[in-house]
Design a protein around this ligand. Structure first.
Ligand code: ADP
Length: 163
């Protein structure tokens, strides 16, 4: 039987401990998880695709069944191309629900065979998103509770290069 592959798409600008929590849960139920860095039309990312991929690779280096990739275009087309059985999304709070619900139903219409799986992170991460991490870092705040040491270092360099 073909390995059960799940795709975990997102912007990951940058990857946080909340994303890592979801990836760790996903690898416990799938043979392989492909963390797919996508382009979000509504967001101008701080980090290049290469930087985001490197941060994800370093953050997930301890997990053997994780791959990191980049896609452009529709996530369902990319999922189909990879042969993914499922798509993983994280649900932090009710505020995520409406958007995720709409996207899940649209994706299901486009690709009915792709199973949508929603995972809840540990409650320590339910308040966390990449935007808040970028903001705290830009003002010189300590972001080590929210990201891995490597990501904290990359963020620090990005905002405080001359210091
Ligand atoms: P997007 O731009 O698609 O929201 P993100 O990189 O912000 O991409 O998030 C990718 C996925 O990870 C989404 O399903 C999002 O809900 C989830 N996610 C983001 N932050 C967290 C977190 N702190 N805990 C759990 N899931 C999260």
């Amino acid at each position: 039987m073909k390995n059960r592959l799940a795709i975990y798409p997102g912007t990951f600008d940058p990857i946080t401990l909340g994303h890592l929590d979801i990836i760790e849960r996903a690898v416990s139920i799938f043979d392989e998880v492909n963390v797919a860095v996508g382009r979000n039309i509504g967001k101008q990312p701080l980090f290049s695709v290469e930087e985001r991929i490197e941060m994800i690779q370093k953050t997930t280096a301890h997990i053997s069944n994780v791959k990191v990739s980049y896609f452009d275009g529709l996530i369902v087309d990319y999922a189909q191309k990879l042969g993914a059985k499922a798509m993983i999304r994280g649900l932090r709070a009710m505020s995520d629900f409406e958007f995720e619900f709409q996207m899940a139903l649209v994706n299901r219409t486009l690709f009915p065979d792709l199973v949508q799986v929603f995972l809840m992170p540990h409650e320590a991460y339910t308040h966390l998103n990449s935007t808040i991490v970028r903001e705290v870092s830009s003002f010189g705040g300590d972001i080590t509770p929210f990201v891995t040491p490597y990501v904290a270092q990359v963020l620090h360099k990005k905002f405080h290069r001359s210091k």
